[in-house]
Ligand binder design. Structure first.
Ligand code: KDG
Ligand code: MG
Length: 407
């Protein structure tokens, strides 16, 4: 079976998505997600200009060989644009292989290791009453684990907290529609003073059982992260995510030696090499990578098998800027992996789900990819065409003195 056609679909039902569609000479269709929030068109160019011409006529069954060919053959390895493009091809080929086999993809990855994947949602609020309402909404939806983000007294709108602008509500991660990125003000010391009081109040209101997570968005120094980890220990977090900037894995040594709060990192990683120090020194508890940004199922499976030797589990990235195709790919892996931990699950908007027809389910806090052959996602191209690309960017953080900061 050969790859006969390849097409890059760009659509923006609420937010921008890049989808690779591969069609074989036997008429099988596979989809892969190549969405890179705020840099979508770079992946489109990489795919259209440099990858699609290499795919036509290739053996559609040879997934590992195609992965190595695109990764090693380019000479320029890794990086988010390259790895999102490689992921799109990889996932589309797995979709085709599973459709050819007439099986849901997880069967080809070893079959079900569990009935469903525990999911966490994002509760947030500018103050405690708003936050508590948001937690209750999530519990009513069936979530059994929640991420907690709050506003910080003295600061305005902060990243990670749902808000609204011009009558348009946005949820936790605002890639806002504009020609250039908007800016937000950040103050880490004010944040560090505030966060433990929030977790104390949440535990007081919701009790000790509910798994609670928190995302630090790479904003702390190793010392600050160590202090936060310690101060959160009484509240028994499921994890503290992205406490320090991810480029420097050695920073986690300092944090790890000072606190027992579990650590998760990796949503901006795109290769197993990013995890080498973190995994072999057991500096983390959870791998936060996404199938879409790590070179696909082929690559993330290898990262997780490597992590398993060190008792490290998955906690795959699942924001709404990963398309339902990328979400479904993560779910097939979640169900098959032995060392699954938790899956992030932000629900996509109705407009997104009009374009991407999914067969995954969310019942009693557990996600399941469904039993349709392949990934279980079909793309309605007519609906997709009704939502043309519009620029949208994540905000840029500045400290109160005006310096551009991590986030
Ligand atoms: O595109 C960036 C977002 O996906 C990211 O900021 C969301 O941190 C995030 C998370 O944990 O979901
Ligand atoms: Mg995050």
């Amino acid at each position: 079976m050969k790859i006969a056609r390849a097409e890059v679909l760009v659509t923006s039902p609420g937010r921008n998505f890049v989808t690779l569609k591969l069609v074989t000479d036997e008429g099988l269709v596979g989809y892969g997600d190549g969405t890179l929030n705020g840099r979508e068109l770079a992946v489109v160019a990489y795919l259209e200009q440099h990858v699609v011409p290499l795919l036509i006529g290739r053996n559609a069954n040879a997934i590992e060989d195609t992965w190595q060919y695109l990764y090693r053959g380019a000479y320029w390895r890794r990086g988010p644009v390259t790895m999102a493009a490689v992921a799109a091809v990889d996932v589309a080929l797995w979709d085709i292989k599973a459709k050819a086999a007439g099986m849901p993809l997880y069967e080809l990855l070893g079959g079900e290791s569990r009935r469903g994947a525990l999911a966490y949602g994002h509760a947030s609020g500018n103050d405690l009453p708003q936050l508590f309402d948001s937690i209750r909404e999530h519990l009513d939806l069936g979530y059994r684990a929640v991420r907690i983000q709050t506003g910080v007294p003295g600061l305005g709108q902060v990243y990670g907290v749902a808000g609204g602008e011009g009558g348009e509500r946005y949820d936790y991660e605002p890639a806002r529609r504009s020609a250039v990125a908007l800016e937000e003000v950040w103050d880490t010391r004010a944040y560090l003073r505030h966060v433990p009081t929030v977790f104390e109040a949440v535990r007081h209101e919701f009790g000790p059982e509910l798994p609670l997570l928190h995302d630090g968005h790479h904003r702390m120094t190793p010392n600050q992260a160590a202090a936060l980890g310690r101060s959160l220990e009484p509240y028994d977090l499921f994890w503290l995510e992205d406490c320090t900037p991810a480029e420097n894995p050695e920073a986690l040594r300092r944090v790890r030696s000072q606190t027992t709060t579990p650590l998760a990192i990796g949503e901006v990683f795109n290769s197993v090499f990013d995890y080498q120090t973190l995994v072999t020194e057991q500096l983390i508890d959870y791998v936060r990578s996404a199938v879409t940004h790590t070179g696909g199922i082929t690559a993330l499976r290898k990262i997780m098998d490597f992590a398993a030797i060190y008792q490290i589990r998955s906690g795959f990235h699942g924001p709404t800027d990963i398309s339902p195709v990328g979400m479904a790919a993560a779910l097939h892996l979640d169900i098959a992996l032995h060392n699954f931990g938790i899956q992030e699950y932000m629900r996509h908007s109705a407009a997104t789900l009009e374009v991407f027809r999914t067969s995954y389910t969310f019942v009693d806090g557990l996600l399941h990819p469904g039993s349709a052959p392949g990934l279980g996602v079909e793309v309605d191209e007519a609906a997709a065409a009704g939502f043309p690309y519009r620029p949208a960017y994540l905000p840029v953080n500045r400290l109160t003195d005006g310096t551009v900061h991590d986030w």
